[in-house]
Design a protein around this ligand. Structure first.
Ligand code: HEM
Length: 557
C-alpha cells in the first residue's frame, strides 16, 4: 500500500501525529537562564519587548533609507529571493490579529509628516497568537499557518475542500486558468467558483492557490503548478506495463476518480521532490547555506519553524525592487510596463490584473534584473513611498522595515546579541564586533545605546557577511538550523522516499527527470533552469534569455 503525505502534515511523525501540522505554533530558541520561557516580553507573558528602545520608524530612517541602488555583489537576479518567498509561504507564515498598536511617526518625518502634525501613525496589528485564539492568561505564542514541511502546501492546500477546489478532478491535474495572452496561469477564486460553485469560501478575489499574490511569488508558483500538470500528463502517457510497475491504474475509464487520485498523488510526490532538490542543491548553496549531507529521517526531531528565523533572515525584501519589470522575448518592456509588487496590498486589491498578461514576461524580468544588495537598505517604495501611493489599508502609512523591527518586539524576540549567543556564536560587546563598516557602527550607535539593545533583524542585517554567503554568522546559523530541521524531521523527505521506493525512482526517470544514484543518498538532479525551460516559453533560440539545463538561473542573465 502506497502512503501519501497528508495535506496538513498530520501523521508525518508516527509517534507524534500532530507534529508539524499547519497551523501550529512557531518555536523559540533556547536562551537558558537568560530567558527561561524563551521570550523577552516586557511582562514575561505578552507585552511587547524593548518598548523603551528607539522608535522603530526612527531606526528605519537612520539605517534603512536607500539613496543609491547597489546590485547584489554575489550577482543574483530576482530568482533566489522569489524562490525563497515560496519557501516562506511553505514553512513560515504568521497572521495578524485585531489588536491594533500603531507605530508613532516622529514629528516632521519626511515624507510621512511633512505637515508637522506629530500625530501620524504607521498601521500595525499584533501577530495572531494563542491569546486571540486560546484565552488571555496564556503566554502569547505565535501561529504559523503552513505545515513545518517543505511540501508545497500553499499550492495543494491544507484541507480536502481546498485541495479538491484547486484540482481539475481528472487525470491528476491541477486547475489553471487561461490568461488573455494565452498562457496558463494560477486560477482566481472567482474562476474556481464559476466552474465549481460553492467549492471555495467567499474569499477576496485573489489567486485560489496562494495567500500572497506578489508577482514574483506567483510566477514561481505558476511554474510549480504547470510542472505538476506536465508530470501528471507524462504519467498518463506511460505504457501500461510501466503504469503497472509504478502502481498506477492502467485504464483511466475503469474508475476515473481512482485514476485521478493516483496520478495526482504521484505527480505531487515528484513535484515536492523537485521543490526540495532545487531548494537544497541549488538555491541554498548559492546563498552560502551549506546543510550537512543527508543521513536519513530523524523521528525524534521536532519539525517546527523558529520565530527567530521567520522574523529575521527569511525576510529578504531588502534584495527586491518594488516594481518588477516585464519583458518580451526581445528584451523590450511589454506595453503595460513593470508591475507593482505591492498592488495586492493596496486598498481594494483584487485578483491581480497582471496575471492576464501572463507570467513569462515577469519571469524574464526576474532573470535579467540584478537583485539589490542584501543589507539594511530597503527600496524607498517599500519603506517610505509617497503616502498617496503607498500600500496597506486605505489611508494607512507603511514602512516595511519599521514593521519588521516592530514585529520582533511584538513577538517578544530577545535582542540580537542574545540570539547570537543562543546559537553558540561568539558574544558581541561593541558595535565594531558586528561590522567593520565604520559609518554603520556610528549609525547603529546613534539609535541603540548599547549592543545589547539591538533589534534582531537589524543586527542580522548589519553583520559583516561570511565569505561567499549573503549572510552574517547569526543569519547563517539560523538558516542552517532551520533547513536541517525541515529536511531531517520529514518522514516524506524525497531522498528518504527515493531510498525506500523503487516505484518513485522509476516514475521520476520515466517522466524524464534525471537521478544521481552515486554512493551517497539519492539525489534528483533537477535545476531551476530545467524547470523554467520545461514550464515556460523562455530560453527559445530567439529569446533574450539564454538558458540551458545546466546554467544557473539564479544569476543575472
Ligand atoms: C515586494 C515584495 C514584498 C512585499 C511588499 C512584502 C511585504 C511583506 C509584509 C507587509 C509582511 C508582513 C510584515 C509583518 O507585519 O510582520 C511580510 C512578511 C514577510 N515577508 Fe515579505 N514582502 C515581499 C517580498 C518578500 C520576499 C521576496 C521574501 C523572501 C523570502 C519575503 C519574506 C517575508 C517573510 C519571511 C515574512 C514574515 C513571515 C512571518 O514572520 O510570519 N517577503 N512581507
Amino acid at each position: 500500500m502506497v502512503e501519501n503525505r497528508s495535506l496538513d502534515g498530520a501523521g508525518n511523525n508516527i509517534a507524534n501525529p500532530t507534529w508539524g501540522v499547519g497551523p501550529s505554533l512557531y518555536t523559540r530558541l533556547d536562551y537558558g537562564s537568560a530567558y527561561p520561557a524563551g521570550n523577552a516580553y516586557a511582562d514575561g507573558i505578552g507585552a511587547p519587548a524593548r518598548q523603551s528602545g528607539a522608535n522603530v520608524r526612527v531606526i528605519s530612517n537612520v539605517l534603512s533609507k536607500q539613496t543609491e541602488v547597489v546590485p547584489e555583489p554575489l550577482g543574483f537576479n530576482d530568482m533566489a529571493a522569489w524562490w525563497l518567498f515560496h519557501v516562506h509561504l511553505d514553512i513560515a507564515l504568521g497572521g495578524q490579529g485585531e489588536d491594533s498598536v500603531p507605530i508613532a511617526v516622529p514629528l516632521g518625518d519626511d515624507p510621512f509628516d511633512l505637515a508637522g502634525t506629530g500625530t501620524e501613525e504607521i498601521a500595525f496589528r499584533r501577530s495572531l497568537s494563542t491569546v486571540e485564539l486560546g484565552g488571555s492568561t496564556e503566554t502569547r505564542e505565535i501561529f504559523t499557518f503552513p505545515t513545518a514541511y517543505l511540501d508545497a502546501d500553499p499550492i495543494y492546500q491544507r484541507d480536502l475542500a481546498g485541495n479538491l477546489a484547486v484540482r481539475s478532478g481528472s487525470g491528476g491535474l491541477m486547475e489553471l486558468q487561461q490568461a488573455a495572452n494565452g498562457e496558463d496561469v494560477l486560477p482566481s477564486v472567482a474562476y474556481i467558483q464559476s466552474i465549481k460553485p460553492g467549492s471555495l469560501p467567499d474569499l477576496p478575489p485573489f489567486v485560489a492557490t496562494t495567500f500572497a499574490p506578489f508577482p514574483g511569488g506567483v510566477a514561481i508558483q505558476t511554474m510549480l503548478v504547470r510542472e505538476h500538470n506536465r508530470i501528471a500528463r507524462a504519467l498518463d502517457a506511460l505504457q501500461p506495463g510501466r503504469k503497472t510497475v509504478v502502481d498506477l491504474p492502467v485504464d483511466p475509464k475503469a474508475d476515473p476518480e481512482a485514476y485521478d487520485e493516483a496520478l495526482f498523488q504521484l505527480a505531487r510526490k515528484i513535484l515536492e521532490a523537485e521543490l526540495q532538490a532545487i531548494t537544497y542543491d541549488e538555491v541554498l548553496p548559492a546563498i552560502g547555506v551549506n546543510i550537512p549531507p543527508y543521513e536519513g529521517y530523524d523521528p525524534d526531531l521536532f519539525p517546527a519553524t523558529s520565530l527567530e528565523f521567520a522574523g529575521g533572515p527569511l525576510r529578504l525584501e531588502t534584495m527586491l525592487n518594488r516594481f518588477a519589470p516585464r519583458l518580451d522575448a526581445d528584451g523590450a518592456s511589454i506595453p503595460s510596463g513593470p508591475v507593482d509588487s505591492t498592488a495586492v496590498l493596496q486598498p481594494g486589491g483584487t485578483y491581480p490584473e497582471y496575471l492576464q498578461e501572463g507570467m513569462d514576461p515577469i519571469l524574464r524580468g526576474m532573470l535579467v534584473t540584478p537583485a539589490r544588495q542584501y543589507d539594511l537598505l530597503l527600496d524607498e517604495g517599500l519603506r517610505s513611498a509617497d503616502p498617496e501611493q503607498f500600500f496597506g489599508v486605505a489611508g494607512d502609512l507603511n514602512d516595511l522595515m519599521a514593521t519588521h523591527i516592530n514585529r520582533g518586539r511584538d513577538r517578544g524576540l530577545p535582542a540580537y546579541d542574545k540570539i547570537r549567543s543562543a546559537l553558540g556564536l561568539s558574544p558581541v560587546t561593541r558595535f565594531a564586533d558586528i561590522t567593520n563598516d565604520t559609518q554603520l557602527q556610528v549609525d547603529l550607535a546613534s539609535v541603540y545605546s548599547s549592543v545589547s539593545d539591538i533589534d534582531p533583524i537589524v543586527g542580522m542585517l548589519a553583520e559583516d557577511r561570511v565569505a561567499g554567503s549573503l549572510f552574517g554568522p547569526t543569519a547563517l546559523a539560523l538558516y542552517e538550523a532551520q533547513f536541517t530541521t525541515v529536511r531531517d524531521a520529514d518522514r516524506f523527505w524525497y531522498q528518504h522516499a527515493m531510498e525506500h521506493s523503487p516505484r518513485l525512482r522509476n516514475a521520476m526517470r520515466w517522466v524524464g527527470l534525471e537521478i544521481d544514484d552515486g554512493s551517497g543518498p539519492w539525489v534528483l538532479a533537477r535545476t531551476l533552469a530545467g524547470l523554467i525551460l520545461d514550464t515556460t516559453s523562455l530560453g527559445g533560440p530567439s529569446d533574450v534569455v539564454h538558458l540551458d539545463e545546466d546554467s544557473s538561473a539564479l544569476y543575472v542573465q
